[in-house]
Each structure stands twice: as C-alpha cells, then as structure tokens.
Design a protein around this ligand. Structure first.
Ligand code: SF4
Length: 722
C-alpha cells in the first residue's frame, strides 16, 4: 500500500457520518432528473423535492432553478451568513451532453457577501452533469454545520451522506486531489468523481470562490474551474462545507436522455469542424485560451492599466499570449472542462515551481491564467511579469479567492497608496506602489491567510471605500470615482470609458460589474454598429437575454461566438452568430423534444432575467440608484488621466460643440464629466424602456404578467414600485 493511500485511508477513517439518505433513481429523461436534492446542515436533513412541469416551463433549469429555490428559502432580510441563505448548484437540461462543445457548466446561486443581493456564477468542471446523472437537477444547501463537513453523493449506489471530515486539507489544489483519490476506485475511475471546494481564503475574505474539479487524464491531476464572482466560496466555508463530492460512473452519449440524439449530433459535427478548421485563424482558444485577448485589448486601448486609469502600456508585450504559449502553457488538445469540448480553452501550466508562500518550492499545475487574470494581476496592478501572474493565479485559486476581485481590489489600494489616501502605517508596511510585485504577492498571501492589511482588502472595494472615508477621513467622492465596483462587485478587466454601451453592460448587469451579460465594446466602440440610444438599448436587451440562456441550460458561452462560421460576416446580424443560434435551438429541441424557435430562447431568458431583477428588489436593491457606476468607468477622473489622452478628449468636446479654447484641463474634465454622466442616465432610460421596466428600473406589472411570473408575492412586491 502506497504512503499516499495509507494517508487517505486515515483521513477517510476520521469521517463521521452524520446523516445518510438512500434513494432510487432510474434515468434522466429529456434533460431532467425531475428531482432536486435539499440538504440542511443545521439539523442534517437530506430530502428530495420534485421538479414540476411548471418549474421547467417558467425557469427552464440551471440559474433559473437556482433562483426559484433560493427565492423560496430566503426573506428580504436574509444576510449572506444567515443559516437560511443557501448555495444552490444546478446544471440545466442541456448540461451533460457530450456531442456539442461547452455543455458541462454548473450554475451557482446564493446571497452574496459583497453585494448583499442574489448572485449567479457560471462554472465548468464535472460536478453539474455528474450530479444530474446521479439523479439530481440541483443541490440546495441550507443551514450551517458545527464542524467541517463534506456532502457525498453516490450516483451508482444511490445514497447521499453528510460526513464530518476533519483531516483533509482546505486549500483547493490539495482538497480536490485528496477527495478525488479517496473516492475513485482506480486511476481510470477518477474521471467519475467531481469535487467542489473552497480554500482558506474563502473563509478569510468575502470574495471566496468555489473550485469545481475535473480530472485531467493526460496530466493526471484534478484541475479546477472557478465559480468566481460574488463570494460564493465565502458562503460555502461559512457553512463549514469542506467539499461536495459526487461520483457517477457510466457517462454515455445518451446519459442526458435526449429525445432526438441525431439532431444534436448533426449540430455538433458542424461546429467541431469549424473549431478544427477556423480556431487557429480566429481566437486561438485551443492554443492560448482566453489569454489571446491581452494583446487585442492593449492594441485598442482597452487593457486596464494601473487601476483602469489607462488602456495600454508599452510593457504589455511581456504579457502577450505568445509568451504564455511559448514559455508556460503545456499544449494539450484535451483541455476541455467537460467531455466533447473541442474548443479546449482550459489551458494550464505544468510543473510550475512556486517561489513564495506556504507551498514555496513545490512544483504545481496551474489552471490558466485566463485573460481576466493576466489583465487584472498584470497590467491593472502595473506588474508586467508573467511569472508573477502565474504564481498569483495559483494562490488565488487554491486559497479560493476570486482573481478578478483580488486584482481589482489590489489595483484600487495601489492607487490609494500612490495618492496618499492610505499609507504604510495602514498597509502594515507594504509599499503598494503600482508595479511592486513583492508587495502584491505578500498581499495575496495575507488575504488568503486572513492576516494584516489583507484582511481589509479581502472585504472588497465597497467596504474599503467606506472604511477609508469614515476611519481615515478621506474624500468619499474621490474614493467612489476610483473604486471600481458596481453593486458591490469589483469590475472585471475592461476599460469602458469609450463605450457607453459597455458602461451599461457593467452597470445594468443584475449581479454587479461582470461582463458576462453583455460584452459590447467592439460592436459599439470599434465597429460602431450601435450608434443611437435605441440601438444600444436593443443590444442591452438582446445580448444579456441570449447570454442568460446559456446559464439556464448548463452551457458555456464561448463556443457561441469565440468561434464563428466562415461566412458569418455575410449574415444579416453577424454579432448574433445566427448559425450558432440555430444550433442551440436544434440542441434544445433535440434534448427536450420541445419545438422552440430562436425567439422562444429569448423569452425563456426574459422570464428568469426579470425574476432575478425582482429578486434584487426583494433584497433591498434592484432600482435605478443601484445601477450607478464609478466615474472611472465613464471618463477620466483626474487631470493626469485626461492629459494622457488629451487629443482624444479635446476632439470629442469640440465635436460636441463645446468651446474649450483657453480652458484648463480641470475645467475640461468637469465639462466632459457632466456630458458623459448625462449620457449614462439617458442610456438607462432607453434600456429600461426596451426591457419593459419603469423609469426607476423595476419590471412593469404588464411585463411580469406577459412573462407568466406574476406570482402573488412578486405582484405584491413590484406593485409598491409601479
Ligand atoms: S470553451 Fe473552455 S470553458 Fe467553455 S466548456 Fe470548453 S473548455 Fe470549458
């Protein structure tokens, strides 16, 4: 018996089973298991709940199911760390198919520690599909355990347990490996085990992630994908969950119970061929993943640099994707985070020797880095060193802290430090100038381990702004202008100053400043396809709805438009990638046996999207004031920032008819600000109107009725705002 096996046996022996439920499950039909799993960790309840036809018709699955289950579990007063808050994880009816790329996603829904409202996060890895094949469309976890527990779901033997698990590591690269090894019968069996975990950083900050594993057969390692946004991992650790483990052996091409498999195969063959033939000339996802965006963003002055002050930097070349490809990424065409994903963007760095922290000297496999991490930890912190980015990426993941929120928060405190808003006394001696990679790495360790100034930064930008204003007497207006968060969520990594539509993409996103609802920079700023408010509002209706649809179905968005058919540019609406939209219609109909068309997909999303907006309202948010964004995302805050792009701004002001001759830069900053802030409000007016919302951003009663989500408590709630 190997040493590692002996250690695992001892760990397993230390488990204490607190509850066990046996269940019978026949098979998934038309994409649904037709039941959800409810667990309460306060009293160790485990029970099954039925999935009704009405639930499917209104909420479809995935994020829709999560929102519905959570809505029924919490009140408007529920805080993120109250026992009644839940973590709900659900795949969706298409989730788990193997013939079309990007069909392995899980959707996580909870009340967020940083926004105080409902948050959703889309994540890869095997958990969601294996959970469904094990018999459950969703897992809903309420309550809090007394000691660290795991929840184990055995899909082949039909039982669920809650077990105290005192000995396994918390940090995710270790936890994922240990639980995978513990529950797999042999090497081959490891692909049948999926683990959800969150590291020590998730308990020490409010920006914790959930790490979803998938076993990489080629590398022989349990790799990690993150449900990154909104602090889902912090809720997980607050409930004292060490891991969720599902095991299901027997994934097959028809495990999802499709009605018409041929229809799915036909769509799949078409897109696999496109990926094979065209990816190398389009986004190069199979070579470098999303990291290809770094150079594009830098070229268009959109790469966040030094807390979003600027959009490019001469040293950004050191972070270009080719550097990662040539020096660090191990090429592996099997880098898909679920079976059948030939886009295979889940790149990794093998045998990376860590230079700092608790695992210093060890050689590890690092997942990524993806674009957001490169831009966030790199240029946005003024650090143009790929090895810093890779090491920071590894520690953020294993500590279980969001690379985006971590990076954007560090960029914010760096600017605060340079502006004298905070000083060495406050930072505990850290010299947080832009570019100081040693200080930044130390800060990541402090955040992960809950030490020093890291404890403050781990609270996120919204709380830091308040603290710096109240405790240190700093100017709240300046802090609001440069603190890049909206609704309490830190911005992801795009400079939006020159794209009004993208400002709306961030500000109007339901969960906070994340780009996954609408990424309109190129349509708006580069290709100038949406010039009027009405055009922008139409885009801010269609794209958030279409992207929501992926989350209802357990899908990844990337195979929709990060690969395009060769003749896509010649179609009527190339931005929508019409041929791929039709693929999704075919795949949905092929799985469920329904007969929807492309307009129905938008209506499915509209139901859930409007319901989520109303959920925000229930939690005390969800109106116009909560769609406000920091001025740094709209225009230049400071004289230096204006002057760095003076030609551009002067030209714009003149074209708008302003007489700026003889005006100081400070005066021009003010004029531009008044103009741009007014534009943003007008954009909100147009978007609310297009979405069928009141001028205060609340769905109108007739819209809610039209969508069939006019439940009595919904009507009662929105009636107060009509
Ligand atoms: S495109 Fe990338 S993130 Fe999406 S499913 Fe495939 S490997 Fe996973």
């Amino acid at each position: 018996m190997s040493k590692i096996t002996q250690k695992l046996l001892e760990m397993k022996k230390a488990h204490k089973v607190l509850q066990k439920m046996e269940y019978r499950f026949d098979k998934v039909e038309k994409g649904y298991a037709n039941q959800t799993l409810y667990i309460n960790l306060s009293d160790n309840t485990i029970k099954s709940k039925p999935v009704t036809q009405k639930m499917k018709d209104i909420f479809t699955g995935g994020r829709g199911f999560g929102l519905w289950l959570l809505w029924n579990a919490v009140s408007g007063d529920t805080k993120w760390n109250d026992p009644e808050n839940e973590i709900v994880i659900s795949s969706g009816p298409i989730g788990g198919i193997t013939q079309y790329p990007g069909a392995g996603k899980s959707l996580v829904v909870t009340i967020s520690p940083t926004t105080g409202s409902v948050v959703d996060s889309n994540v890869g890895g095997y958990f969601g599909p294996l959970l469904k094949f094990a018999g459950w469309d969703a897992i809903e976890i309420q309550g809090k355990a007394e000691n660290d527990v795991i929840i184990y779901i055995d899909g082949n033997n039909g039982y669920v347990t809650i077990e105290e698990a005192p000995e396994e590591d918390v940090d995710s690269h270790l936890a994922a490996e240990q639980f995978t090894d513990m529950y797999a019968d042999n090497e081959e069996d490891k692909r049948n085990v999926a683990v959800v975990s969150a590291g020590q950083g998730a308990e020490n900050t409010l920006i914790g992630v959930l790490n979803f594993s998938f076993y990489d057969v080629k590398r022989q390692v349990a790799r990690l994908k993150q449900a990154g946004r909104g602090g889902t991992g912090s809720v997980f650790r607050d409930k004292k969950i060490k891991a969720l483990v599902v095991k299901y052996k027997g994934v097959k091409g028809d495990s999802n119970g499709p009605v018409d498999k041929q229809k799915i195969i036909k769509a799949g063959i078409k897109i696999h061929r496109e990926i094979h033939d065209l990816d190398k000339d389009q986004c190069r996802m199979r070579e470098v993943g999303t990291a290809h965006l770094t150079e594009i963003m830098n070229d268009y002055d959109l790469l966040p640099t030094m807390n979003y002050q600027y959009g490019s930097h001469p040293d950004a070349i050191k972070l270009h994707s080719d550097i990662f490809k040539q020096k660090y990424f191990t090429q592996n065409m099997a880098d898909g985070c679920w079976y059948g994903c030939s886009l295979a963007c889940a790149k990794g760095v093998d045998d990376f020797e860590l230079k700092t922290g608790p695992y210093k000297g060890q050689k590890v496999c690092v997942d990524g880095p993806e674009y957001e991490t490169v831009a966030g930890l790199g240029s946005n912190c003024g650090i143009f060193d790929p090895e810093f980015v890779i090491e920071g990426n590894f520690y953020c993941d294993t500590y279980g802290i969001d690379t985006i929120s971590t990076a954007t928060s560090i960029a914010f405190v760096m600017e605060c430090y340079e502006k004298g808003i905070i000083n060495k006394k406050i930072t505990g001696g850290l010299e947080l100038n832009f570019g100081n990679k040693e200080a930044a790495m130390e800060l990541i360790h402090q955040m992960g381990q809950g030490r020093g100034f890291g404890k403050t930064v781990g609270l996120g930008i919204r709380r830091m702004k308040k603290l710096f204003a109240e405790k240190y007497g700093q100017d709240p207006r300046l802090l609001n202008d440069i603190g890049m968060e909206a609704k309490g969520m830190e911005y992801s990594e795009y400079v939006t100053k020159e794209s009004l539509a993208m400002q709306g993409g961030y500000g109007l996103a339901l969960k906070g400043a994340q780009h996954d609802e609408a990424w309109l920079i190129f349509m708006d700023m580069v290709n100038k396809q949406i010039p009027t408010f009405e055009d922008k509002a139409e885009a801010l209706h269609y794209f958030p709805m279409f992207r929501t649809w992926f989350g209802l179905n357990g899908l990844c968005k990337l195979p929709w438009n990060d690969i395009e058919p060769a003749d896509n540019a010649q179609t009527d609406e190339p931005a929508k990638v019409p041929e791929h939209v039709q693929n999704y219609v075919d795949v949905f109909n092929g799985v469920t046996g329904r007969n929807v068309d492309k307009d129905d997909l938008i209506i499915q999303s509209e139901r859930v999207y409007n319901f989520q907006r109303i959920f925000n309202l229930k939690m005390g948010y969800g109106t116009r004031e909560h769609d406000a964004i920091p001025y740094r995302s709209v225009g230049p805050v400071t004289v230096t920032e204006y002057e760095s792009r003076a030609e551009r701004y002067d030209k714009q002001l003149k074209e708008l008819g302003y007489d700026i001759d003889g005006k100081s830069t400070k005066e021009k900053v003010k004029i531009l600000r008044e103009y741009r802030e007014d534009q943003y409000e007008k954009l909100c007016d147009a978007v609310y109107k297009r979405r069928g919302w009141t001028n205060n951003g609340v769905p109108k009663l007739e819209k809610v009725k039209e969508l069939g989500i006019d439940f009595p408590n919904v009507v009662e709630l929105i009636s107060r705002y009509q």
